[in-house]
Design a protein around this ligand. Structure first.
Ligand SMILES: Cc1cc2nc3c(=O)[nH]c(=O)nc-3n(C[C@H](O)[C@H](O)[C@H](O)COP(=O)(O)OP(=O)(O)OC[C@H]3O[C@@H](n4cnc5c(N)ncnc54)[C@H](O)[C@@H]3O)c2cc1C
Length: 535
């Protein structure tokens, strides 16, 4: 039986980027959207803080643009920043029209007609973060999920893991252009591999926090889209700029839970493992210093004390305010035996958001014809060398809209008729070999944490480079000799992402934004800074 699916649009990923794009394209065209796990498991649903947009009369596009450029430390693409910021209010209005229940008024959900509550986050000069309590991402994903499930033009495949893109270069090279023709995907339930042929393919596969030992990202964030795009020939950029969130819950059971910056905004203080405040030694704003500085300070204190965490002391906020403002954080901490009102919270910095990714323009177009990339997998130039808090959900929404508009205006370029190329399976993986994969996965994540983490040096990066070259060689042999398995696919992708990240970090001979190398502590503005692009 031929396992081939034909569609107008293949969307890989069901986070906020993939869902919004499916909703838009599905108004007029046939869409297949695939997710490697359930439709609702993605980074987007864990977003707590909210979405940045100019929504109050005190605020202005200019201020939001300036704040974004300031955070981006000289590497943002101004035209993209302007396009995204100016499209923000319409994107939020669209979410509201789709039923997203943003928090109203000052003290929680208000009645109809009341203004939406806007919160403030680090780096923003005005209150402009619209949110749904501390569960913004989950609420947006819920509403978009409802909209796309009701649309008969959209077919959803859950547990469908995209393996690689199908391109004309691979099927029959044309030389003048490389067209994307779709993707191979592994159905985890039936264990079959599908050839999905599409006029346009959209990578909305999210980030790759899982390449690091500690991360705020869920297990799905293994950089599959980035690795697939690169293997197919896309340009990638700026992967050295991995944003480390300073405060993830340190827990053996709850591996990826974030303690929002807003908790420090309400007065929580960082303390060493023996209970002494330390941020006064690093920055005048102490616990409210910019994220990268807080992350480096915690990293330094952890190395000094040899205890794998520091504490966040939120006891001064008081039980009532904690429960009202951070209901979910309070609940999760409590489930781990930590009462925020009486106990200090052990925290550790963790890989959180990738500013780099597949290079696209402001319409999501990659360097491969008919291949688009949207959301965290992409590098549009919005974030530069450091992301302004809550700009990422905004980017995913706006660029999804721009891709749909671009396609409505220009259509999809006709690709040459090329024969179907069903997947050919190889051998079988023995269970003991799967254990080896787990070890390799662990080796990559520890190596990235220790050598390509918050504070870098050339020596550590070179050591990491030598290791990842060897790991990739080993994995490549393994990949071609064995039958497809999700752990094999993920570890292969993680190895590619690690390789690309190390290469980017080695190329940048300065410290800028969230990339800090002790061998080049200065930021160099002459000659003018540029993106790190890998072909
Ligand atoms: C804890 C946390 C809090 C955050 N808070 C905020 C915030 O308050 N504001 C903000 O702006 N940003 C926040 N961010 C960042 C933001 O959530 C992400 O950047 C954004 O959600 C990315 O959306 P996305 O659609 O690109 O990817 P995701 O939401 O990660 O979705 C990726 C999708 O791709 C699918 N996928 C991946 N690989 C494959 C494959 N091989 N085959 C098939 N499907 C695949 C996944 O299953 C998933 O459906 C936060 C991130 C985290 C982790």
């Amino acid at each position: 039986m031929a396992l081939t699916i034909h569609t107008d649009h293949l969307i890989v990923g069901s986070g906020i980027a993939g869902l919004m794009l499916a909703h838009k394209l599905g108004q007029t065209q046939k869409v297949v959207i695939i997710a490697k796990e359930s439709l609702s498991e993605n980074n987007s649903r864990y977003a707590q803080g909210g979405i940045a947009s100019v929504l109050s009369p005190e605020d202005s596009f200019e201020k939001h643009i300036e704040d974004t450029l300031e955070a981006g430390a000289g590497l943002c693409h101004r035209d993209v920043v302007q396009a995204v910021v100016e499209a923000g209010p319409a994107a939020i209005a669209e979410l509201i029209s789709l039923g997203v229940d943003f928090t109203r008024g000052k003290g929680g959900k208000g009645q109809e007609g009341q203004p939406y509550h806007l919160t403030l986050e680090g780096g923003h000069s005005e209150r402009r973060i619209i949110h749904a309590d501390d569960l913004t991402g989950a609420e947006v994903v819920r509403a978009l999920g409802v909209a796309i499930r009701m649309n008969p033009n959209i077919t959803i495949y859950e547990n469908m893991f995209a393996i690689d893109l199908i391109t004309s270069d691979k099927v029959r090279p044309i030389f003048s252009k490389n067209y994307c023709l779709g993707a191979y995907a592994y159905n985890r339930d039936s264990r079959e591999i599908y050839e999905i042929r599409s006029h346009a393919t959209h990578l909305c596969a999210g980030g790759h926090g899982k390449v690091y030992l500690y991360t705020s990202n869920p297990d799905v964030a293994t950089g599959d889209g980035l690795a697939m795009g690169w293997r197919a020939g896309c340009r990638v950029a700026n992967l050295e700029f991995m944003q480390f969130h300073p405060t993830c819950l340190y827990s053996q059971k709850e591996k990826t839970f974030l303690i929002s910056e807003a908790v420090r905004g309400e007065g929580a203080i960082l303390k060493t493992a023996d209970g002494k405040p330390f941020m006064q030694n690093y920055h005048p704003l102490e616990s409210l210093a910019p994220r990268d500085i807080v992350a480096r300070a915690i990293d330094s204190e952890i190395k000094k004390s040899n205890v794998p965490y520091v504490y966040l002391d939120a006891r001064g906020i008081g039980l009532d305010k904690i429960k009202a403002r951070f209901p979910n954080i309070y609940k999760v901490c409590l489930s781990q035996g930590i009462d925020m009102a009486t106990d200090m919270i052990p925290v550790v910095p963790a890989a959180h958001f990738s500013c780099g990714g597949l290079v696209t323009d402001a319409d999501g177009r990659t360097s491969i014809t008919n291949l688009f990339a949207i959301g965290e997998v992409a590098c549009t130039g919005l974030h530069g060398a450091n992301r302004l808090a809550s700009n990422s959900l905004l980017e995913a929404l706006v660029i999804a809209g721009r891709v749909a508009n671009y396609i409505a205006q220009h259509g999809i370029e006709d690709a040459p008729e090329l024969p179907s190329t069903p997947w050919r399976s190889t051998g079988a993986i023995e269970p003991d070999e799967l254990v080896v994969l787990t070890h390799t996965w662990d080796e990559i994540r520890r190596m990235m944490w220790n050598y390509v983490g918050i504070v870098r040096s050339d020596k550590r990066l070179q050591r990491a480079y030598a290791k990842i070259v060897a790991i990739r060689q080993e994995l490549e042999t393994f990949y071609w000799e064995n039958q497809i398995d999700v752990s094999l696919l993920e570890v292969r992708n993680l190895a590619d992402v690690a390789f690309l990240t190390i290469r980017c970090a080695l190329k940048r001979k300065e410290s800028r934004g969230i990339h800090f190398n002790i061998d080049y502590p200065e930021t160099i503005d002459n000659p003018a800074p540029s993106d790190t692009v890998i072909w």
